[in-house]
Design a binder for this molecule. Structure first.
Ligand SMILES: *Cc1c(COP(=O)(O)O)cnc(C)c1O
Length: 378
């Protein structure tokens, strides 16, 4: 095993490329940081970013964190959850890890074929007297059926904490996605549609829980001489907040560019048998086009997802099997005997391939990628 620099010298088209703001805009903030000498610990840029974020997300409270994962893990801790948590395995490692690292037990619910989010019709049969919460994922930024989830949670007295890592800027009707559930975690990792290099935030409703999360992100420190919780360190620093402030200004423009890329793929694949793209569960959704997943049905087109993946890689196009394997199939979880049967999630994870998408991806390159796939499947 090598633990070293993660440098990739391959030439080609990668699945993502971080959006960077104009250099001078970032340097302005660097100058401020240098003049002030405050680098971290909820400095003025952190506070300014927090305010701008809340406004952008349309929520009263949101707390930046060093990354999305710690935001989610500490939110589960802040709600003092102990027992079973219903979630889906068609997600990034973080979702399941955050549950297990809090010594809770994940119970895996299957997902909907159309959009890969939790199948709300299968939640109630998984509820037991140990169930304390639901942790659904807005996969690829496609919203879960939030109204149904709220109805079920209210009926059974469960907390709802969304893994909204992919869903920054997404709206249902006029309402921002961050305002649903008890809390929503967003990831601002460099690979996400909106980023702060590393970073994330949690939007919450309850002021007391928010205070606790704030303290958990800073070692559980209540005052200079008082430490009340077994906290961690999950603070966002000033350099990351500065990146967030810059990127927020360009977010809408970036999403417009992503949309052009997305729609080009969509029109090229429209008539391709055996290749499908997911669709949101209702019409009034403002999307962020954060990923470009396609599902390849081997029975229809004769080639498997793995065949297409390998063929593209040979031609210097680097797609990803996102999400494969399911988290429930990880070495650390496979033999734990966690409940939940998820045949649809399993099939999707065998069919999925996420293709390159980022704001500056030229449409000629999109056409090149589509030509490759279309010719290969013929
Ligand atoms: C990226 C991601 C996370 C974790 O976010 P980080 O900021 O990288 O810690 C959690 N859940 C999902 C679904 C993600 O894609």
């Amino acid at each position: 095993m090598s633990i070293g620099k993660f440098v990739d010298n391959r030439k080609g088209i990668f699945v993502t490329k971080p959006s960077l703001p104009p250099f001078d805009e970032y340097v302005e903030y660097l100058r401020e940081i240098w003049d002030r000498g405050i680098l971290t610990n909820m400095g003025p840029l952190h506070e300014k970013f927090r305010e701008n974020l809340s406004e952008f997300l349309g929520v009263d409270i949101c707390l930046p964190s060093c990354n999305g994962h710690m935001g989610l893990e500490l939110t589960i801790q802040a709600f003092e959850l102990q027992g079973e948590i219903i979630t889906t395995p068609y997600t990034f490692a973080s979702t399941t890890h955050a549950i297990v690292r809090n010594r809770c037990t994940p119970v895996f619910c299957d997902v909907r074929e159309e959009d890969c989010t939790i199948d709300t019709e299968k939640i109630e049969e998984l509820i037991s007297d140990k169930t304390v919460a639901i942790v659904p994922v807005h996969v690829y930024g496609l919203p879960c059926n939030v109204d149904e989830i709220e109805r079920i949670a209210t009926k059974h007295g469960l907390r709802v904490i969304y893994d909204a890592a992919h869903a920054f800027g997404v709206k249902i009707g006029e309402r921002g996605i961050a305002s649903y559930g008890d809390a929503s975690m967003f990831s601002f990792h460099a690979t996400k549609a909106f980023h702060t290099i590393e970073g994330g935030c949690v939007a919450l409703r309850d002021v007391k829980k928010a205070m606790r999360l704030y303290q958990l992100e800073n070692f559980g420190i209540m005052g200079e001489e008082q430490v009340s919780f077994t906290g961690a360190n999950a603070k966002m620093n000033e350099f990351e907040a500065a990146m967030g402030l810059c990127n927020l200004l360009h977010f809408s423009e970036n999403i417009e560019k992503r949309k052009r890329v997305y729609e080009r793929y969509e029109s090229r694949f429209a008539d391709l048998d055996g290749v499908r793209m997911p669709s949101p569960y209702r019409d009034d959704i403002t999307r962020n086009y954060s990923y470009l997943p396609i599902f390849i049905d081997k029975d229809v087109c004769g080639m498997s997802r793995d065949d297409v993946y390998a063929y593209l890689a040979l031609n210097n196009i680097y797609s990803r099997k996102y999400f494969y394997p399911l988290t429930s199939q990880f070495d650390c979880y496979r033999d734990k005997g966690y409940r939940g049967d998820t045949p649809i999630a399993e099939r999707l994870s065998e069919q999925v391939l996420t293709l390159p998408i980022y704001a500056d991806l030229e449409l000629e390159k999109v056409d090149h990628i589509c030509d490759m796939i279309i010719n290969f499947l013929k």
